[in-house]
Design a protein around this ligand. Structure first.
Ligand code: NAI
Length: 643
């Protein structure tokens, strides 16, 4: 780590170099403070440019200091020293200017950013709020509603948006340092951010935005605290607001939610730091996708958007055209969301082709199969793939539950086969279970891990079993949810308990959304081999027999009125009949969420014990990113370890 001081005429340049992302560790804070003091005493220096070496300006705080008591000098004091300087400080920004990095930049008198810079205060996502004046300085630079959205929403903004909002003063051309130096030469009479009045704001509108963000956070307290901190910063004297902000920050820092969110944050970053990801990865440029339904189209879109060539193979011309249409729509929708134009869409779709011939996959480096969830269909597809692809091409299946060892065994070379279990919608959801059959080659596992990273996914290794990590745990708590209903709760009461806990959606609403037919087909297939001593709840079968196959059928566990789920009298009748048939008393269980968690955690422990998951934290990553387990509770395994 160095904080270097150089000179260009009467200008000073302070360069922070603390790889990889210039976090504000104690050593950086101390060195920076010492440079500030030196510069204050130097009459030859007229203005100072503050910049960072490497790929980014300060990208945040030093996570390794999180668990220890704060060490002096504290960041608020360093920033105050910059801001109090008589000499103008010009922050030269590039990369990701996040958290403490943006707070430092706001303490400077002028901010100039390289094109492509992103700026944000993402502390809420780690269960915190900014703790070094961010909530107080930001609303003095940008309109109150944007300040609130940035601080309580946690999403960074682009340099362009930062410029139009007033957060930065200019966007540099090619040479950031020269632009900053030029600006520094002209800098006079600059006003410290804290001495500026807050930008005009509409209190009513802000209250509305705050309420929406708090509702969306489903019990994550840092969001509510962020809303309160910004509200306070807009109305209280800055010194009071700064003190209150720091107190909130320190309180949140030692909160259980902050610990849970940090746990998930680091677990996500470690999920592929695994010996099995370390082998030599093969180059993947061209991806084949077999099946252009919900998943195949989403997978193709995910690949196209990350620069891969994609060839899709379907059953016949009509399904190929339908698959291609789905892909076009998904690519267009993703581009719209990211503000890309028609030309960008055309470039992306140029790399895509759909048809019915396996010969199109002759040059594919990786083929992902996403056809119907039936072993016989998948085996037939894999036989076609074995004949049509290069012998070193990786063959992946997106199966949800089927035995990948059995599928791999049908090939001459089973070491080519791996599971790539995407989540729906596959171009949006971040999770990817990488399922490793017994025979898989190290280089295939490593290639899949590298592929996950290139797709921008959070990859987690899993072993072969029915449902892998996530679906297996979900099956366990879905079963428990059905027990609870048969024991006396209505489906909507179970769903409400899950929402209150922080899930975005309850298990019954979710099944209606996914469709009840696949599970029904599976239950019918297994009926013959079911253990007669195991409790079996037949309510879902009755619902399916009545043609209520979920949202797409207009009815499932719920009725649907104008597309919204409402509790169903018909379903209540079916439930009552099943309860009576089973001789159950129908007292509403008081501890719905406890029972669901117990079921989830028991299965999670089994998943760990038999090696399906290698680390407890991998299970948390899967449940948080694939199944809506509230992130601020850290995942089922983290929660189980809490007092
Ligand atoms: P889907 O029914 O929407 O799509 C399946 C597609 O495969 C159809 O377009 C069909 O024409 C095509 N197909 C069937 N047989 C084929 C063959 N022999 N050759 C070429 N194409 C063929 O099904 P969905 O939902 O996309 O599921 C596909 C796979 O992904 C299944 O294994 C499923 O278990 C798995 N999966 C599904 C998830 C979901 O949420 N829907 C999530 C994760 C995995």
């Amino acid at each position: 780590m160095t904080v270097e001081l150089t000179h260009d005429g009467n200008l000073a340049i302070v360069t922070i170099d603390n790889p990889p992302v210039n976090v504000t560790s104690q050593a950086v804070r101390a060195a920076l403070l010492s440079r500030i003091e030196t510069l204050e005493r130097d009459p030859a220096v007229a203005a100072v440019v503050l910049r960072c070496a490497g790929r980014t300006f300060i990208a945040g705080a030093d996570a390794t200091e999180f668990d220890a008591p704060p060490q002096a000098p504290h960041l608020p004091d360093v920033i105050a020293a910059v801001e109090a300087s008589d000499k103008p400080w010009i922050a030269a920004l590039h990369g990701t200017v996040l958290g403490g990095g943006l707070e430092v930049a706001m303490g400077c008198h002028i901010r100039i950013a390289a094109p492509g810079t992103r700026l944000g205060l993402p502390e809420v996502t780690l269960g915190l709020i900014p703790g070094a004046g961010g909530t107080v300085r930001l609303p003095r630079l940008v309109p109150g509603d944007l300040a609130l959205r940035m601080i309580a929403g946690g999403k960074p903004i682009t340099a362009q948006d930062a410029l139009s909002a007033g957060l930065i003063d200019a966007i540099a051309g090619d040479d950031l340092l020269q632009a900053a130096l030029t600006r520094a030469r002209k800098a006079t009479g600059t006003v410290p951010t804290l001495s500026r009045p807050v930008r005009p704001f509409d209190a009513g509108a802000l209250a509305g935005i705050g309420a929406r963000l708090v509702a969306k956070a489903r019990g994550q307290v840092s969001v509510a605290e962020a809303v309160e901190a910004v509200t306070q910063a807009l109305t209280a004297p800055p010194e009071d607001a700064l003190q209150a902000e720091r107190a909130r920050f320190l309180r949140l820092k030692s909160s259980p939610q902050c610990a849970a969110l940090r746990h998930v944050f680091f677990a996500e970053r470690r999920s592929l730091s695994d010996p099995r990801a370390k082998g030599t990865a093969r180059e993947i440029a061209e991806v084949g996708v077999v099946g252009g339904g919900t998943m195949g189209a989403g997978i193709a879109t995910a690949c196209l958007r990350r620069g891969f060539q994609v060839r899709m193979v379907e059953r016949d011309a009509a399904t190929a055209e339908a698959g291609a249409r789905r892909v076009r729509e998904m690519v267009e929708e993703s581009a719209r969301r990211e503000g890309q134009d028609a030309a960008a869409v055309a470039v992306t779709l140029d790399r895509f082709a759909a048809g019915t011939e396996y010969a199109a996959l002759a040059q594919a480096d990786l083929v992902i199969e996403a056809v119907f969830e039936e072993m016989a269909v998948k085996k037939a597809v894999f036989a076609e793939l074995e004949a049509a692809t290069r012998p070193d091409a990786i063959l992946a299946t997106n199966t949800s539950y089927l035995d990948i060892d059995e599928l791999a065994a049908t090939l001459d070379d089973p070491s080519r086969v791996i599971g790539l279990h995407f989540f729906s919608p596959a171009h949006v959801m971040k999770l990817l279970e990488i399922v490793l059959p017994d025979a898989v080659a190290d280089t295939v596992a490593a290639s899949a891990a590298a592929f996950a990273k290139r797709l921008g996914k959070i990859g987690v290794f899993a072993g072969v079993c029915e449902g892998f990590i996530g679906n297996r745990i979900m099956s366990a708590y879905r079963r428990e949810a059905e027990y609870i209903v048969e024991d006396g709760a209505w489906p909507e009461e179970v769903d409400a308990a899950m929402r209150d806990f922080g899930f975005p959606i309850g298990i019954f609403e979710m099944q209606d959304m996914a469709g009840l037919d696949i599970g029904w087909a599976m239950r019918k297939r297994r009926a013959a081999t079911r253990d007669p001593n195991e409790r079996y709840v037949a309510i879902a079968d009755r619902i399916c027999e009545a043609g209520r196959l979920g949202r797409k059928a207009g009815a499932g566990w719920y009725d649907y009125v104008e597309g919204r789920p409402v509790p169903s009298e018909t379903v209540r009748g079916m439930i009552a009949a099943e309860r009576a048939r089973q001789g159950r008393t129908a007292d509403r269980p008081a501890d719905i969420m406890r029972r669901l968690l117990d079921a989830m955690q028991a299965e999670a422990r089994a998943v760990l014990a038999d090696g399906t998951a290698r680390r407890a934290e991998d299970i948390d990553v899967v449940m948080v990113n694939g199944y809506g387990f509230p992130r601020h509770r850290g995942g089922p395994m983290f929660l189980a370890g809490q007092p």
